[in-house]
Design a protein around this ligand. Structure first.
Ligand code: MYR
Length: 131
C-alpha cells in the first residue's frame, strides 16, 4: 500500500529532468532541497494526496483513470490521470502550455516509495522513505 507519509530521501537525475522541463537554474537549486513530503491516503480507487515542500503545501483528490488538472510547483499546468498497473501507479500528464507529455510512476521497492519522472527523453527518480 502507498498509504502513509513519505519524505524525499534522494533523487537521481532530477536536475537534468527539471532543466528539460525548462526550469531555470535558481529554481532548480532550490528544488534540490525542497524537503518534499507527500501523504497518500488511498480508499479504493480514490486518492487524497497532501504535498508539502519548501515551495508550498497542496492537497489534491483524484480517482484512478479520471482526468484532473494539476499545477506543478513551478506553476506549470498539466492535465492527466493516474492508473494502477499491477502494483504500480502510472501517471500520464499533458502540459497545457506545449502539449508535451510527462509520465510518472510510483512503486514500492524495499519499503521505499520510488517515483519516476520522464519528460521529452529525460528520466529521473525521487526516492522517498516512510516517516
Ligand atoms: C500527485 O499524485 O501527487 C498529484 C498529481 C501529480 C501529477 C504530476 C506529477 C509530476 C510532478 C513533476 C514535478 C516536476 C517539477 C518540474
Amino acid at each position: 500500500t502507498f498509504n502513509g507519509t513519505w519524505k524525499v530521501d534522494r533523487s537521481e537525475n532530477y536536475d537534468k529532468f527539471m532543466e528539460q522541463m525548462g526550469i531555470n537554474i535558481m529554481k532548480r537549486k532550490l528544488a534540490e532541497h525542497d524537503n518534499l513530503k507527500i501523504t497518500i491516503t488511498q480508499t479504493g480507487e480514490q486518492f487524497h494526496v497532501k504535498e508539502s515542500s519548501t515551495f508550498r503545501t497542496k492537497e489534491i483528490d483524484f480517482t484512478l483513470g479520471v482526468q484532473f488538472d494539476y499545477a506543478l510547483a513551478d506553476g506549470t499546468e498539466v492535465s492527466g490521470s493516474w492508473n494502477m498497473e499491477g502494483e504500480m501507479l502510472k501517471g500520464s500528464f499533458t502540459r497545457k502550455d506545449n502539449n508535451k507529455v510527462l509520465t510518472t510512476t510510483r512503486t514500492l521497492v524495499n519499503g521505499e516509495l520510488v517515483q519516476s519522472y520522464s519528460y521529452d527523453g529525460v528520466d529521473a527518480k525521487r526516492i522517498f522513505k516512510k516517516e
